[in-house]
Design a binder for this molecule. Structure first.
Ligand code: ASP
Length: 342
């Protein structure tokens, strides 16, 4: 079999950081620093290429334009490599993974995001294992030479997850990610065990790299006692096109008439409202309780079992396609890249 090839795209994050001698705070370093720390890369039977953000960033500084930048790099090198590894800060990795799953329409090759909780130069680092296994996954193919994971995934601490199903769940543990509503795509132990039934099927047609995200999207997290006038004020933000309400349990919220009329005014102005649960797992079922009945009447869209990260980036993506409210409503409820159970 011919040697497999993987392109590493370095965007920043803890994996490549060093302590600033002046303040002691961690800041991103260039790709050369990272490569120096992993001599094992030369021993892998994979042809590696690399691309890097000119100035690597902490993922808290990621913006939709950066997601498009990563998608374009993948599009530019799509034919030249068998797979892609995106090195990224863990803080907003779930958003980037979700956004890439929508931007890379028709993807049939692995795009594996990984990073680490400790910088690669530290003795107890989790970075080396994450990087080396992510490359293995990106290069992996079956006996017929077909890639194992033809989708955007996150590899972290022995688990491979569908990217748009992930949530960062811990600020310190090496096991920082989970996929509450979808099984793991692979588990790394002595062997790398893939769950072929969980991965997306191969898609027909060519890769299409989208390049527009509309960031006129907001998130309002409900809490008991939330003031209706505050909600009304937030919904009056100029330019706002869509909002994700993170609700209680299976999609419930206050029945306070002032709160409901604030939502009604927003929907009448054409703002799309989405209902996503604050719960870690499970799905929204609008109308199950009286406390979600008003959402049904207002035409609020259910995020079902999507993560908030997937819901926000999907809205940005669909608005970026210029969809009107009706088409957006229909597209939001369909699975574009396995982000929702339909
Ligand atoms: N603040 C870092 C980042 O997201 C944390 C990490 O990489 O784990 O870029």
């Amino acid at each position: 079999m011919t040697q497999r090839s993987v392109l590493i795209i370095y965007t920043g994050g803890t994996i490549g950081m060093l302590a600033d001698p002046r303040t002691g705070a961690l800041r991103p370093m260039d790709l050369a620093h990272l490569e120096e720390q992993v001599p094992e890369l030369d021993r892998m039977n994979v042809r590696l290429g690399s691309e890097s953000f000119e100035t690597p960033i902490d993922s808290s500084d990621m913006r939709p334009a950066d997601w498009v930048r990563i998608a374009r790099i993948i599009g530019k090198h799509y034919e030249a490599y068998d797979g892609f590894v995106v090195l990224h800060g863990s803080d907003t990795m779930a958003y980037t993974a979700s956004a890439l799953s929508f931007l890379l329409q028709g993807l049939n090759k692995p795009v594996i995001l990984t990073g680490s909780q400790l910088p690669i130069g530290t003795i107890r680092t989790d970075a080396k294992e994450n990087l080396i296994t992510a490359i293995e996954v990106a290069a992996a193919c079956d006996e017929q030479g077909r890639v194992r994971v033809p989708e955007v995934a996150v590899y972290f601490e022995y688990s491979l997850y569908r990217g748009n199903r992930t949530v960062k769940v811990h600020a310190e543990r090496f096991e920082a990610f989970r996929s509450p509503n979808y099984p793991r795509l692979a588990e790394a132990g002595v062997h790398l065990k893939y769950d072929g039934a969980a991965t997306l099927p191969f898609r027909a047609g060519q890769l299409k790299v989208h390049d527009r995200m509309n960031d006129n999207v907001g998130v309002i997290r409900l809490f008991p006692g939330i003031r209706a006038e505050w909600v009304r004020h937030a919904l009056s933000t100029p330019g706002l096109k869509a909002v994700v309400l993170t609700t209680f349990g299976s999609g419930n919220g206050p029945t306070d008439p002032v709160f409901i009329s604030a939502l009604r005014e927003a929907t009448e102005r054409g703002i799309t409202v989405v209902n996503a649960t604050q719960c870690f797992g499970g799905r929204v079922e609008q109308g199950r309780y009286t406390t979600s009945q008003a959402f049904v009447e207002l035409g609020v869209l259910s995020a079902s079992d999507m993560t908030v990260e997937a819901a926000v980036t999907k809205l940005m993506f669909l608005l970026g396609q210029g969809l009107g409210a009706k088409e957006l409503g229909a597209a939001f409820g369909t699975s574009l890249a396995g982000e929702i159970t339909t």
